[in-house]
Design a protein around this ligand. Structure first.
Ligand code: HEM
Length: 555
């Protein structure tokens, strides 16, 4: 076993060394681009991680280098020579997709887990075709039918907080993921029931898949990558059986999978794994392999991001009572009008959250051809990253950029200045679903947890008294016993806890990435997003908290 371990370590060291040498050669070829490669093999990875972990987040790493080298600089981080660039002009070149200048740059582990026909592993015409075929069931109109399910689940999830005296932001995030975002997306894609054995199996497999995405590329039993691939196989077996059930005519559901199965059946029959045999007409149909790869892709890309968006939104609202009050007034009005068929219209607060939090801090691409930017030549094959955090905090576009000010979205923004959902051919196809989920959740949050009129000072008894049940909410009853809960109190504790987390570890996202590094899972994918840090019942019982997630007792 020890010999085997040593052999793996030697192989890893040799691979890292070779990658480093290749990167040095590339760096020499691009000697005009300012920047530093840092230490041999490690490069600037430690500064990158420590910048990431600072209160200012990745912005501190970027700002420091932008001051020294300018808007385009090279560095060696996370096992790659990479060129960071920022600004609206760079965004236009990298995101507009014009002339196929760049392609998406996913880590090896991500590619293997998501499969060769995922939206995230394809480029060019193949990618364009997939976007077209998959995008339709994610349009606003197509999503209307999920409103009822999302609405019920939001209410149920919020019910779990009703009797709490303490809410830790990381825990809130974990509840949101477990009870809301993951269930919404699994139900919307394949009608997975929110409770039961199948849901449990699905969640367990999904957890392995999620963590393998950002692991070391070792396909050895016991490693996160190996576990992830195994879980992927189990997930695909489950999808195969669901697909077979639908085709046998046993089950007809009103979900994403059914829409695609109906649309992409070959002459009324099933599409084959090979995707061939049907002539030109079938070139525009999805194969089963494409269907499965992309269901998994939507799951992976769709639930962590939405969870992070919701968590940050809760944090910012807690810190900005004025915005919270305005939002509450707006949503109380919506609530008056809500008759099951109205839609929620609200976006500024969410856009401002996505600007300040910048859930995907940089977008990773690979130069598909030589191109120039700001007078610098970028060679084909170079890893290039668009630093979105700096764009979102550019004072020439966003005055007082660190202020949480939803009103700034009342003005028309300059092109490529807000990239919360990206832009161009890779713009987020799940944007409408994410907006719907967040909007419905926040609607119930601000309507049900209230600050007593005219007072920001909430008494503990008010917080603990009474319970707003789902029925009483929908029946419109609002007697004192049913409206006493204070969102301000909860937010105050969230703010307290999160400011600690931010001070010690940067952001929720970074804290998680650090955890993964500590666990030896090494590198992460650039597109990785926030994961909850678990605070379990045991922690409460023993009063032992993960150091960055100590809860604040309200009383
Ligand atoms: C608040 C929630 C979300 C945020 C902030 C977000 C953000 C983004 C951003 C910035 C991109 C572009 C990345 C790039 O250009 O490299 C993207 C792409 C993507 N998103 Fe989202 N997203 C969210 C929710 C969702 C949901 C709910 C889904 C699935 C239903 C989803 C699926 C995807 C996919 C598949 C891509 C890749 C598209 C492609 O490469 O063509 N996202 N997302």
């Amino acid at each position: 076993m020890a010999v085997f371990g040593a052999a793996v370590l030697v192989a890893l060291a040799v691979t890292c060394g070779l990658i480093w040498l290749r990167s040095r050669r590339l760096s020499k070829e691009m000697r005009d681009i300012p920047g530093t490669m840092g230490w041999p093999v490690i490069g600037e990875t430690f500064s990158f991680i420590s910048g990431f972990s600072s209160p200012a987040g990745i912005l501190s790493f970027m700002r420091d280098r932008q001051r020294r080298f300018g808007k385009v600089f090279k560095t060696y981080v996370l096992g790659r020579m990479t060129v960071f660039m920022t600004g609206r002009e760079a965004a236009k070149i990298l995101l507009s997709g014009k002339d196929g200048v760049v392609s998406l740059n996913l880590f090896y582990t991500g590619k293997q887990v998501l499969g060769p026909t995922s939206l995230l592993t394809t480029n060019g015409d193949e990618h364009k075709k997939l976007r077209r075929l998959i995008g339709e069931p994610l349009s606003i109109d197509a999503l209307k039918k999920y409103f009822g399910f999302i609405n019920d689940l939001a209410v149920q999830t919020l019910d779990t907080w009703l009797d709490r005296r303490v809410l830790v932001l990381e825990e809130a995030s974990s509840v949101i993921i477990k009870l809301f975002t993951l269930k919404v997306i699994a139900n919307m894609l394949i009608s997975l029931e929110p409770e039961g054995e199948e849901q449990e199996k699905f969640r367990a497999n999904f957890k392995f898949i999620s963590s393998s995405f950002a692991s070391l590329p070792l396909k050895i039993p016991g490693t996160a990558f190996h576990r992830g691939l195994k879980a992927r196989n189990r997930m695909y077996a489950m999808l195969d059986s669901v697909i077979a059930g639908r085709r046998d005519g046993g089950e007809v559901r009103n979900d994403f999978l059914q829409t695609l199965l109906r649309k992409h059946a070959k002459d009324g029959a099933a599409a084959d794994e090979d995707g061939g045999g049907g002539g030109d007409r079938d070139a525009d149909k999805l194969t089963d392999a494409q269907l499965k790869d992309n269901i998994l892709t939507l799951l992976v890309a769709g639930h962590d991001t939405t969870t992070a968006g919701l968590t940050w939104l809760i944090k910012f609202l807690g810190e900005n009572p004025e915005a919270l009050q305005k939002l509450r007034e707006e949503h109380m009005e919506i609530k008056e009008r809500l008759d099951g068929s109205s839609h929620l219209r609200w976006s500024d607060v969410m856009n401002e959250t996505l600007r300040r939090a910048t859930i995907l801090p940089w977008f990773s691409r690979k130069a598909a051809q030589d191109f120039s930017i700001d007078g610098y030549e970028i060679k084909k094959g170079t890893s290039v990253n668009l630093d979105v955090v700096s764009i979102h905090h550019d004072p020439s576009v966003f005055a007082d950029p660190y202020k949480f000010d939803p009103n700034r979205f009342d003005e028309t923004l300059k092109p490529y200045s807000f990239l919360g959902f990206g832009s161009g051919p890779r713009m987020c196809p799940g944007m409408s679903l994410a907006r719907l989920e967040i909007c419905v959740f926040i609607h119930h949050l601000v309507c049900r947890y209230s600050t007593p009129a005219g007072s920001q000072e909430i008494k503990q008894q008010q917080l603990l008294r009474g319970k707003v049940t789902r029925n009483s909410y929908f029946s419109g009853k609002s007697d004192k016993e049913q409206q006493p809960r204070s969102i301000a109190q909860i937010f105050r504790s969230l703010k307290h806890d999160h400011s600690r987390a931010v001070t010690r570890h940067g952001t929720i996202q970074e804290a998680t990435q650090q955890q993964q590094l500590r666990k030896g899972q090494g590198q992460w994918n650039n597109n990785q997003v926030a994961k909850p840090i678990r605070v379990t019942k045991k922690h409460y019982a023993r009063q032992q908290w993960p150091s960055h997630a100590k809860p604040h007792m309200i009383d």
